[in-house]
Design a protein around this ligand. Structure first.
Ligand SMILES: Nc1ncnc2c1ncn2[C@@H]1O[C@H](COP(=O)(O)OP(=O)(O)OP(=O)(O)O)[C@@H](O)[C@H]1O
Ligand SMILES: [Mg+2]
Length: 353
């Protein structure tokens, strides 16, 4: 539904535009029809640049963007004559913002009608559609009030209704819940999920909150310094050894009991999640296992768990038990041994954004 290839954005600023910032560095993204796709990354990673390039609010420096089979970059490159085609293609993309961007001088209903005015719909059509959307977002009784009279969550509902006015196939959201408290965030996420399912809408959202990914995303990507470094369905990411997104989604903490032990992070998914592997390990090798931390959850209908455990002895002494765990279908990462592992742990601790 949304595909970018080699998407690059270089901002030029300063005297004679000599200062360059590469915000996007060859991004290949593929969002399937009907899915909720989350992009996470630290501040400055290029997330907003990506979303602005996807709807051509920002002209990419290189690469292509296609939405619902239409190559938007080709349309944008064809000059003024293609402007109308580009506007039409863009109307199939709705956009939701962190700070709502509502017009304070217009009522809620008039805010929702605005994109339809621009598209040239008649007054009657506009108000019929606006009332439908107000019902969808649960704000029927607020049609005549002004944005200043609404709570943050209600404002975002209006923002979502306005984004849906032109019956888009794709909804783009840049940190739509970052300005909201946790409970309101959950209700907005539920609304986005309902819209995604009821209308079959494809959603590309940007967030720095792992909770958002866990709650509604089918797939996710990690963005770093203008590149996508990890991407896949949430289930696949959790099953990928060494995935940093998986570790951020399922953080397990807990320091070891001191030198002389081997600390492991074990990820359970699929059948392995229901097997008593830890007690089997303990019995088979006659070792005492300390559980330092654990997290269990259902993601995308699959039972997933992570556990940090400590085995007595050095890594070399534990090669066989580690092999046993891996044979049971568990993913095992060594936390306190190889230096490159220590490095990824340090990165995880800093977190995203
Ligand atoms: N209009 C612009 N002109 C010049 N540089 C820009 C512009 N917009 C963004 N940048 C730079 O591009 C890089 C990526 O910015 P972007 O806003 O895409 O990051 P982000 O991942 O959305 O960050 P945040 O999480 O803070 O919103 C940053 O270094 C930023 O300073
Ligand atoms: Mg941003």
């Amino acid at each position: 539904m949304i595909t970018t290839t080699g998407l690059t954005k270089i901002y030029r600023s300063g005297r004679s535009r000599g200062h360059e910032i590469t915000a996007l560095d060859g991004v290949d993204l593929h969002v399937r029809e009907g899915e909720v796709f989350g992009v996470v990354g630290r501040s400055g990673a290029g997330k907003s640049s990506l979303i602005r390039c996807v709807n051509l609010l920002e002209r990419p420096t290189a690469g292509t963007v296609s939405v619902d089979g239409t190559d938007l970059t080709a349309l944008a490159g064809r000059g003024r004559r293609a402007g109308k085609d580009l506007r039409r293609a863009r109307s199939s993309i709705g956009m939701v913002f962190q700070h709502f961007n509502l017009l304070s001088s217009r009522t809620v209903q008039d805010n929702i009608e605005l994109p339809l005015e621009i598209l040239g719909h008649s007054g009657q059509e506009r108000s019929r559609r606006a009332l439908e959307l107000l019902d969808l977002v649960g704000l029927t009784d607020k049609a005549r009030v002004y944005p200043a009279q609404l709570s943050g969550g209600q404002k975002q509902r209006v923002g979502i209704a306005r984004a849906l006015a032109g019956k888009p196939k794709v909804l783009l959201s840049d940190e739509a819940t970052s300005a909201l408290d946790p409970e309101t965030t959950r209700s907005i996420l539920r609304l986005l999920r309902d819209i995604n399912q009821q209308l079959g809408l494809t959603v590309l959202l940007i967030t720095h909150e792992m909770e958002v990914v866990k709650t509604i995303c089918d797939s996710a990507a990690l963005m770093e310094r203008g590149r996508i470094t990890e991407s896949g369905t949430v289930g696949d990411l959790l099953a990928t050894p060494g995935s940093r997104l998986a570790r951020e989604l399922f953080p397990v903490d807990g320091a070891g009991n001191g030198p002389g032990g081997t600390v492991l992070d074990v990820t359970f998914h699929g059948d392995a999640a229901t097997q008593p592997v830890i007690s089997q390990l303990s019995r088979t090798y006659n070792i005492d296992i300390s559980i330092l931390g654990a997290a269990m959850d259902t993601v995308g209908g699959r039972q997933i768990g992570r556990m940090r455990i400590e085995l007595p002895g050095t890594f070399e002494e534990n090669v066989v038990p580690v092999g046993f765990l891996r044979e049971q279908g568990l993913q095992v990462e060594i936390v306190n041994a190889a230096p490159q592992v220590a490095e990824t742990v340090a990165l995880t601790k800093e977190g995203t954004k």
